[in-house]
Write a protein that binds this ligand. Structure first.
Ligand code: ATP
Length: 212
């Protein structure tokens, strides 16, 4: 018998917002996760260096989940040098949780781009993929990713709970149409991003005058 699955949601979290938090909480409850680790990328390989340093982005994640059971602010990517590769984070989580299934949470767009990720074929050996799709959306997919999906996809959560890794579960979740870009733009315009982000995150943005 394996232990409950541990989820991981990575991102730049610049800043973390209610879209990220609802997604993590929704999956925590639906899939009976032991917990979901929210892991800010210190040095994301796929995009420009974030305008706000990793320490402050992590502080905002910490503030957002303080007192929320099931969601964990995880700074392991801040403790590594070089690019923040997901495969290294999963190896580290695997060492910490040898007996729990691991579930990497990914949007469908990220899933489609997976072959550009470092050691992407090792990722499915370390974790299950929980691919999040907005209801009614269909994104074009390469033959290669279609085959990869068909090979690994499961239609219920049994394998996710009884195997440590190796399966893909597609979950339909209505997304809140919030993005970090939208919040940065609002703040830069001197507008109020309240209700899109938790209050403690807003307080950090104000305290450090971020995104002005
Ligand atoms: P930016 O606007 O700076 O690109 P973002 O809001 O998309 O940022 P990221 O930190 O890049 O935030 O996102 C981390 C993860 O959360 C990604 O997998 C992304 O698909 C997912 N995500 C972002 N916004 C939402 C949302 N509103 N609902 C559900 N998932 C989201």
């Amino acid at each position: 018998m394996t232990a409950r699955p541990v989820g991981m949601l990575g991102g730049t979290f610049n800043p973390i917002h209610h879209g990220h938090l609802r997604l993590a909480l929704e999956l925590y409850e639906r899939l009976s996760f032991a917990q979901v680790h929210l892991v800010p990328a210190a040095n994301p390989p796929h995009r420009e260096k974030p305008t706000v340093g990793a320490e402050l982005r992590f502080a905002m994640v910490q503030a957002a989940v303080a007192g929320v059971s099931g969601l964990i602010a995880d700074d392991r990517e801040l403790k590594r040098q070089g690019f923040s590769y997901t495969v290294d984070t999963l190896r580290s989580l695997r060492n910490e949780y040898p007996n729990n299934p691991l579930c990497l949470i990914l949007g469908m767009d990220a899933f489609i781009g997976l072959p550009t990720w470092q050691a992407w074929e090792s990722i499915i050996e370390l974790a299950h993929l929980v691919v999040v799709r907005r209801p009614g959306t269909l994104l074009p997919m390469s033959h290669r990713m279609h085959d990869f999906l068909v090979t690994h996809q499961v239609n219920n959560t049994v394998d996710i709970h009884t195997r440590l890794a190796g399966k893909i579960l597609v979950e339909e979740i209505p997304a809140l149409t919030i993005s970090a870009t939208q919040i940065r733009t609002l703040v830069a315009q001197g507008r109020d991003p309240s209700y899109l982000i938790p209050l403690p995150v807003l307080e950090i943005i104000q305290q450090y005058q971020l995104y002005r």
